[in-house]
Write a protein that binds this ligand. Structure first.
Ligand code: F6P
Length: 558
């Protein structure tokens, strides 16, 4: 993608220019761009091996592209990318690096060389723990490591929430869906809602169940509550001594894992330079190789590392994470879109939108710059999604005809893992058709002509035609891969991870902290004692006081 790059005095000027471009008479329209340029699709498509990213169905033209790259210059994207890979504290408010890439650097790759600036300690630790994980996984699979009664483990329960749940759960589901080659059954317990624990434990035999307590901090209330419940479940059947054999911990807090009674050889550690939402590559992801085997976990890491290298080494104009980020910036900051829809036409990626919700919204749902000033421009949109085609039969009505545009990412693999080729062609046709429909829409004239040909009366046409109009000119990106396997999935996840980092850099915010989640946690801590039978009311607003009182009354505990 070509454009002449300039620099703005500051980000505000760049965002103002983007808004001005969108305000041109045809500034929000996409179809005229295709009409004027037969090479548009090719020029706004970037490839990395089989991974194809097409951002041509956006209203980004040459002037917009030039402005976006000038914004990148203004925000010093190149410098940010260097600092990120050098292990500098890009997580400014927590004084931490964001070095999840070190977790996927292959053995033999000197991180010092791979990551300019050098972070040997990061690489060495990551490799050490990865080796321990691999040995543990092999021993569990071979039956060398067994439960307290001598039975081999057949199921693993990952107890964790947020980043300690979403990534491992999404990947495990994607790589085991519709297959029967899983090494172990993997289940995930995240919600402190007791219904979740009841459901997760249904049919599990404690003697054959391995429990992973996955918590970076090992203090998260939900996880600690669920871990205690799992402990009780094991102890009730197998006795206190079984805890050592049945539990492993994945954490940075070794004191707390010891206090819980987890044997040091079952504790897999990492450091604070791995953010929660970037931790599936770390020991937090241990449920993945336990479920799908080490080779696939390794392929996942390799796929992500290949994207790391692409992101680190490729000029920004051909750089997939940068281009995906740019398309988002245009939609949000030029067009004012407040939402972003992710439609994977792949049932195996059912949990991908949920994973992305944390990745994108916890990273970039921020309102101040690194300097602590209000941004003055919009940041992360609300991310949501479902697998296609299911989504077409629920919320896509709004995406086609609602009052506000909702940009979409379509994700599709050309080659499925099943032997129903026609079903896959139908699936793919729907993905392409949805993107095409969003782009071209349907005019009232077209609809009237069609109705007239079918013999509709003038009155019927007046009534129905306006309701059938789809304005079109609605933006989407398409990500097409040959085949969804562990390697491709790793690549896809890393693509989005780096996209989020690029957007954070362009917005001038800290993508790696998450202070917004703290207040609710603190307040819940205060409310818990007020929900005990007969507890005295606390000091809240009238609504909260009233709801707490009513809760106790409904339970007969007021
Ligand atoms: O509440 C948000 C959060 O801190 C996430 O960032 C994190 O992924 C999740 O909670 C779980 O934290 P932990 O792994 O420390 O239990």
């Amino acid at each position: 993608m070509s454009a002449t790059q300039t620099r703005f005095p500051d980000r505000q000027a760049a965002f103002a220019r983007l808004r001005d471009l969108a305000a041109r008479p045809d500034g929000r329209r996409i179809t005229p761009l295709f009409a004027a340029d037969s090479g548009r699709a090719e020029r706004f498509t970037a490839r990395f091996d089989d991974l194809t990213l097409d951002i041509s169905k956006t209203a980004i033209d040459e002037a917009a592209l030039e402005t976006l790259f000038a914004l990148a210059e203004t925000a010093d994207l190149e410098g940010f990318r260097r600092r990120l890979f050098a292990g500098e504290p890009v997580n400014v408010t927590e004084h931490r690096a964001a070095m999840h890439m070190a977790l996927r650097a292959p053995a033999g790759v000197e991180l010092k060389a791979a990551l300019p600036g050098g972070v040997d300690e990061a690489a060495a630790l990551a490799r050490h723990e990865r080796d321990r994980m691999q040995k543990f996984v092999a021993a569990v699979h071979s039956g060398e490591i067994r439960g307290a009664t001598g039975e081999a483990f057949e199921a693993v329960v990952n107890v964790g929430i947020g980043g300690s749940d979403l990534g491992p759960r999404m990947v495990t589901q994607a790589l085991t869906w519709a297959r029967n080659d899983a090494k172990m059954e993997a289940r995930f317990l995240s919600n402190v809602d007791g219904h979740d624990a009841v459901e997760v434990l249904k049919g599990l035999d404690p003697a054959r169940t391995l429990i992973l307590v996955a918590s970076k901090t090992f203090t998260t209330l939900e996880t600690m509550t669920n871990a205690a419940a799992m402990r009780d479940w094991i102890v009730a059947t197998l006795g206190e001594k079984a805890v050592t054999a049945h539990f492993a911990a994945l954490s940075t807090n070794l004191k707390a894992t010891a206090a819980f009674g987890i044997a040091p050889e079952h504790v897999f550690g990492f450091r604070d330079w791995v953010g929660g939402r970037y931790s599936l590559w770390s020991p937090i992801g241990l449920s993945i190789p336990l479920a799908v085997g080490w080779d696939k976990f390794q392929a996942l890491l390799d796929g992500a590392w290949s994207m790391d290298c692409h992101f680190r080494d490729t000029p920004v104009r051909q750089n997939l994470p940068v281009l995906l980020a740019m398309a988002g910036i245009w939609n949000i900051n030029a067009l004012g879109c407040a939402t972003h829809c992710v439609l994977a036409y792949d049932e195996r990626l059912k949990r991908f939108p949920a994973f992305l919700q944390q990745l994108e919204m916890e990273s970039n749902g921020k309102h101040v710059t690194l300097a602590g000033d209000p941004t003055g421009w919009d940041t992360c949109p609300v991310v949501f999604g479902e697998p296609g085609t299911n989504a077409q039969h629920s919320f896509m009505q709004l995406v086609h005809q609602g009052t506000r545009p909702v940009p979409v990412d379509f994700i599709l693999a050309a080659v499925p893992d099943h032997d129903r080729p026609q079903a896959h062609r139908i699936l793919a046709a729907n993905a392409f058709a949805q993107a095409e429909a969003l782009l071209r829409g349907r005019s009232e004239a077209e609809i009237r002509a069609e109705m007239q040909a079918k013999g509709a009366s003038a009155a019927e046409m007046d009534l129905v035609a306006p309701a059938r109009v789809a304005q079109g000119e609605r933006p989407s990106n398409t990500i097409l891969v040959r085949h969804l396997d562990a390697f491709t999935l790793g690549r896809l996840i890393a693509l989005y991870e780096h996209k989020v980092a690029v957007q954070g850099c362009l917005w001038g915010i800290d993508s790696f902290d998450q202070w917004g989640v703290e207040l609710g946690k603190q307040l819940a801590g205060g409310i818990i004692p007020e929900l005990q039978p007969g507890a005295k009311p606390g000091h809240h607003d009238g609504s909260t006081n009233g709801l707490i009182a009513r809760f106790l009354e409904l339970r007969g505990e007021a």
